[in-house]
Design a protein. Structure first.
Length: 219
């Protein structure tokens, strides 16, 4: 037994992960192929494009271009009032893209580093409305205590559970395993891009224990 007798263990969290996956039909999820970031520039990788908000930026730029084209072709026509908000919208999205690109670069760099093998469970949080990977030491058994976690991102409403890994398995965590660092889990030869940095689990912290217990609810 570990030092924290009341903390969730791997066996309990794996059971909850399998139950939640069965409820959602995710026992063996299928994921679309993606460019391997270890063999290509980061902006070719679909997950990093989304992390950098590049599709959103391209959409806003296209909208700007369409508005300018229509204005140039029909200068006498009154334009809708919302057109005048496009410069502000473009500036906001551009700022998001700058921050997102920096984060995507950090994740790409982390994904190319050597990693540490761990077991994981994929659990769905009702409090944060996010799927979480919870990691355990690879060398310990069913009584292993959680060491850290990473939030992933749900997909769009039309396919909310796309691009998620199996509920239980092994991952190679690439990057520096320190609080808040960009860490990328490789599962089944594929990188899964986290929503934020690594969050170590402090089992002596009641808030961390509540967060883990909340994710344990089976379905």
């Amino acid at each position: 037994m570990g030092a924290h007798a009341d903390s969730p263990r791997f066996a309990a969290m794996a059971d909850a992960a399998v139950s939640q996956a069965a409820y959602r039909g995710l026992e063996a999820p299928s994921v679309r192929p993606e460019v391997d970031v270890r063999r290509a520039v980061w902006w070719r990788v679909r997950g990093l494009q989304r992390a950098a908000h590049l599709p959103l930026l391209l959409g806003v730029v296209a909208l700007d271009g369409a508005a300018l084209f229509v204005r140039a072709q029909h200068p006498q026509v009154d334009v809708p009032f919302w057109i005048y908000s496009l410069p502000l919208l473009t500036a906001i999205v551009l700022g998001m893209a700058v921050v997102g690109c920096r984060r995507a670069l950090r994740m790409a760099s982390a994904a190319r580093q050597t990693g540490q093998r761990m077991r994981y469970t994929l659990l769905h949080s009702y409090a944060s409305e996010a799927p979480w990977l919870v990691f355990f030491a690879d060398s310990e058994g069913d009584e292993a205590e959680p060491l850290g976690s990473l939030p992933l991102r749900y997909g769009p409403l039309r396919n909310r559970f796309r691009e998620l890994p199996p509920p239980v398995g092994e991952a190679v965590l690439a990057g520096e395993l320190r609080p808040g660092a960009a860490v990328v889990p490789w599962i089944g030869g594929r990188a899964y891009w986290p929503e934020s940095g690594l969050r170590p689990v402090d089992l002596g912290n009641p808030q961390h224990l509540r967060s883990l217990s909340e994710m344990l609810r089976p379905e």
